[in-house]
Every structure is written in C-alpha cells, then in structure tokens.
Design a protein around this ligand. Structure first.
Ligand SMILES: CC(C)(COP(=O)(O)OP(=O)(O)OC[C@H]1O[C@@H](n2cnc3c(N)ncnc32)[C@H](O)[C@@H]1O)[C@@H](O)C(=O)NCCC(=O)NCCS
Ligand SMILES: Nc1ncnc2c1ncn2[C@@H]1O[C@H](COP(=O)(O)OP(=O)(O)OP(=O)(O)O)[C@@H](O)[C@H]1O
Length: 317
C-alpha cells in the first residue's frame, strides 16, 4: 500500500530533519571551540600543547580525550533547545539533566579528572539558548545552518539571562545543611563569591562585551594571527573574570594578582609586543609557582570562540 503523507506531516518531518542537521552543526562548532582553547599556546597556568601549566593530574591528551566525549552531549543540548515548548526557565531545568549525563561521560573518559565540568555547564546554557532562539526567531526554512546576526546574538544573550534568573540564590540557599561542598559552593560560603553561576545569571557579560569589541574590529592588527587574537581575548578575560578556579587553587589574593598581571600585559600592548610570547612564558612560570590556573577564563574563551563562529566574525590575521 502507498503511504500517503499529509502536508502538515511532511512540513513537520522537514522541520525535524532541519533541527537535527542544525543541532549537529552547533555540536561541531562547540566542540571545535573547546579544542581550539585547549591547543592554544602559550597559555599561563593552563594546560596547553606545550605544558600542563599548574596542573599535575592532566595534560593535553586528557583534554583531547575529554573533548571527544562532549560532541553528542552538545548535540543533545541543541535538540533540548529546538524541541522546547515551555519558557526559558524550564529549558534550563531540562538542560541541567542533560548536563549531568555529559559530566558523567566526561569523568568516565578522564578517569575522574575534572577537565570540562565548567564548560559543560556554560556550553549547555549557550547551545540550548541558541537553538531555542533560532526556533523562535529564525524563520528561514533552508537546511544550511544560518549565520547569526548581531541582533540575533543579542536575543540569545537575553534568553540566557531569562534561563538562569534566580540561579545563584536557588543553587546556594541550601548550603548550610549540605555535607560535602564543591569548590564553588565553598567559595560562596567563605567569601560570597558567585563564580560561574554569577557569570551565567548575569548573562555572560564578559563574553557579550568582548563580542562588541570584536565586531568593531578593534582587535585586528596587520601583524596579528588568529592565535594572537585568541590570546589577547584570554588576557582580557583574565583581567575581568571572577574566576573560582583561580581562587580555589591560589587563594582569594590570587584573583587580584591574575587580574593585575593580565592588565599590565594588555597595557603594554598584549600580543603586539615584540616579546609577548616570552612574557607569557614568564607569567606561566609565576602562575605555576603559585599553583594558579585561570580555568574560568579559559572556558569563557571557548564560549567567545563559539560566538565568533556563529556570527562568522573575521578573526584572521
Ligand atoms: C555549576 C557547576 C559548574 C558546578 O559548580 P561548582 O560549585 O563545582 O563550580 P566551581 O566554582 O568549582 O567551578 C566549576 C568550573 O567553572 C569554571 N568557572 C569558574 N569561574 C567561572 C566564571 N566566573 N565564569 C565562567 N566559568 C567559570 C571553571 O572552569 C571551573 O572549573 C555545574 O557543574 C553543576 O551545577 N554541577 C551539578 C550538576 C549539573 O547540573 N551539571 C550540568 C549542568 S548543565
Ligand atoms: N586548558 C585548560 N587547562 C586547565 N584547566 C582548564 C583549561 N580549560 C578549562 N579549564 C578549566 O579549569 C578546571 C580545572 O580546574 P581544577 O584542576 O582546579 O579542577 P577542580 O576539580 O575544580 O579542582 P581539583 O582538581 O583541585 O579537585 C577545568 O574543569 C576546566 O573547566
């Protein structure tokens, strides 16, 4: 018997295929962003392809193993967004469940080492917000994944703010009675430090501002390579971010030290300095002595790279 499909059925099947195709693309972009961050060198205190920075329990191969476990989860985050029919807040509840599974896969791959916990959380919010916003605002019916306009990216940022509204108080209000605290929870109890949750609830303002600068082309210098731009972005983030990885490893005074070090590097010209690489190698040594690693800034660099890809911003030399 010949199967007759109603027009509505065909439209919805086409839509489903398109969302799956877009989700795969989003997953690939996100995984690429995570890989770019990992191999970028020289980075101070962080694992890269040259050394392990301030870390003893992981190297670049641990990061490659870990990154390879993330792709299908990133696609799931996107499908969560495309398939969501409720409001932004309930999307966040949905993706946290997906995130827990991705975290599990990651820990399995790294044999218990925390390489990408922070980025799984942040990427979950970003990827699902992109998908949810595209579904609501992009009326295009083409199969090819669309390049996002600055206006559409702004919609994604406000979606992220809506998704995470009240996150800090919700996550932290039961800590008094909790027996085992994570690093982020300990820092909140001790210093009222908001870390990754604060960054997310504020709608990733550091990344949002970075994109404003990138769109104005203010980063591009005739002598710059893509790598130079990414390194300048990393130092700008280090000079601004309330990074809980810095504090949990180096103490609260380490945060000002990192910000100040990054500020001085940038004031002197960032990657434009003729001896920029030598300077970063020295900063790496100083960070290693103090056990400092700017893991939160590294995560936000990966998020920035994802948006650069989504908006197709030219960061070539
Ligand atoms: C909120 C998360 C990140 C855990 O919080 P935790 O208290 O362990 O956080 P902690 O302060 O140790 O930071 C985790 C990582 O975030 C990154 N980070 C730190 N500071 C910042 C910052 N200011 N901005 C962005 N990222 C940051 C770093 O890479 C750090 O390693 C998340 O893993 C979580 O909620 N886990 C529970 C299970 C879950 O819901 N997982 C999936 C979420 S989609
Ligand atoms: N290239 C990188 N090198 C090192 N850390 C990175 C890098 N990119 C991101 N990070 C972030 O830094 C975090 C590692 O911090 P850390 O080693 O302090 O982990 P932890 O589990 O919080 O602490 P501990 O291992 O002391 O229990 C990673 O989870 C990751 O999110």
């Amino acid at each position: 018997m010949v199967e007759v499909k109603l027009e509505a059925e065909i439209i919805s099947e086409n839509k489903k295929n398109r969302y799956q195709h877009w989700a795969n693309k989003l997953g690939r972009y996100a995984q690429q962003a995570v890989l770019y961050e990992a191999v970028l060198e020289p980075k101070p205190g962080l694992v890269d392809s040259v050394d392990n920075g301030s870390h003893k329990d992981m190297d670049i191969f641990t990061f490659m193993d870990s990154a390879s476990s993330l792709y299908s989860g990133f696609v799931d985050f996107a499908m969560d967004g495309f398939g969501h029919t409720g409001d932004a807040r309930s999307l966040f509840t949905k993706i946290r469940k997906t995130g827990i599974q991705i975290e599990k896969n990651m820990f399995e791959e790294t044999k218990g080492i925390n390489t990408h916990k922070g980025i799984v959380f942040s990427m979950g919010i970003v990827i699902s917000a992109v998908a949810f916003s595209l579904k609501n605002y992009q009326k295009t019916t083409v199969k090819e994944f669309p390049i996002l306009s600055p206006t559409e990216v702004e919609i994604v940022f406000s979606t992220m703010q809506k998704m995470t509204e009240g996150l800090v108080s919700k996550d932290f209000h039961t800590l008094e009675t909790k027996e085992i605290l994570t690093n982020g929870e300990k820092l909140y109890m001790e210093f009222g430090f908001l870390g990754i949750r604060g960054e997310a609830e504020a709608g990733f303002p550091t990344v949002r501002n970075m994109l404003l600068k990138l769109r104005k082309d203010s980063f591009r210098k005739p002598t710059y390579s893509t790598k130079d731009i990414y390194l300048d972005i990393l130092f700008i983030l280090m000079s601004e971010v309330q990074d809980s990885t810095v504090v949990s490893r180096g103490g609260i005074e380490a945060l000002e030290y990192v910000k100040q070090t990054a500020r001085i590097f940038l004031e002197n010209g960032g990657m434009q300095q003729h001896n920029a690489v030598e300077k970063i190698v020295n900063i790496n040594e100083c960070f290693r002595e103090r056990w400092i690693s700017p893991g939160g800034s590294a995560d936000l660099l990966a998020i920035t790279i994802l948006f650069i890809k989504l908006e197709n911003i030219n960061v070539g030399g």
